[in-house]
Design a protein around this ligand. Structure first.
Ligand code: SAM
Length: 261
């Protein structure tokens, strides 16, 4: 039994889903509240998002940005491309990608939390991002045709899934040959003890579900993608508890670029 199937057995999936939805419903509706993780424009700028591009994105989407890294330097999005964002939240990365692919491109955001989808869809209409669409779905079962996407992007989401194998298999399925997976996510230096990985609250907080980096990279390669670049991101959790776990287990944020062979 590999570490992922062990993880899947130990956390109650429905409970986890409800906690994750509850957490990100609050993030969509109340970005002004202090969470154990940083959010918003200051975070985005520190991670590497150029302020000149952020200036063209609806402020409310940036306020609820809860990503963990910057990967658009890896993604190298081109005019006219089709992009899929796994766990699009309030939409900041979808809008960012939409500016890169232009009016002839398309960016599809997928999320399971209604309040996030409602917020991103309203902002998209108001700001006339006609090339951006949002769908309610799970990232483990994408409502997307095989071999149809130029770039799959994702920010701070895959750690939340208890079925990471499926997520990467689905990403690989929908990508065109030569297409890119460009993501930022939370990983660990060592395998987390069960006291942390079985705690649904810590899981919903982007800590409990974090996977050891080598095992995480192996899942990507096993799905048929070739990893070409990995970098660490300047990301830190805010709460003392989270900071303690970060030190003890080498929890960190990385960006990864992989290509479909
Ligand atoms: C940490 S937030 C990141 C949102 C966005 N990527 C950003 O950078 O602001 C995680 C998002 O992933 C969504 N999510 C988590 N697990 C998911 C799943 N299995 N399927 C679809 N969406 C999921 C949550 O609803 C939430 O909006």
């Amino acid at each position: 039994m590999n570490s992922i199937s062990k993880q899947t057995k130990k956390v109650n999936q429905k409970d986890l889903e409800n906690r994750v939805k509850d957490m990100y419903k609050k993030v969509a509706l109340h970005p002004e509240v202090e969470y154990h993780f940083e959010m918003g424009r200051k975070l985005a700028e520190r991670l590497g998002y150029p302020s000149s591009t952020l200036d063209k994105i609806p402020k409310e989407a940036i306020d609820s940005f809860a990503g963990v890294g910057y990967y658009f330097d890896f993604a190298q999005l081109q005019n006219g491309e089709v992009v899929l964002d796994l766990g699009s939240g309030s939409g900041m990365d979808v809008f960012y990608a939409a500016l890169k692919v232009g009016k002839t491109g398309e960016v599809i955001g997928i999320d399971m939390t209604k309040e996030q989808l409602e917020k991103s869809s309203i902002l998209s209409k108001e700001a006339k991002f006609n090339q951006a669409v949002f769908h309610e779905s799970y990232i483990e079962e994408l409502p997307i045709m095989s071999d149809s996407i130029d770039a799959v992007i994702s920010n701070g989401v895959i750690n939340l899934s208890s079925e990471k194998t499926k997520v990467f298999q689905e990403a690989a399925r929908v990508l065109k040959i030569g297409g890119r997976l460009a993501i930022s996510d939370i990983v660990t230096g060592v395998k987390l003890p069960e006291s942390i990985s079985c705690d649904a609250t810590l899981w919903a907080a982007c800590i409990g579900g974090a996977m050891q980096i080598d095992a995480y990279k192996q899942l990507i390669e096993d799905a048929g993608l070739k990893i070409v670049e990995v970098k660490d991101n300047p990301y830190a959790f805010i709460s003392n508890n989270a900071q303690g776990a970060t030190k003890e287990f080498g929890i960190k944020s990385v960006s990864i670029l992989a290509i479909k062979k």
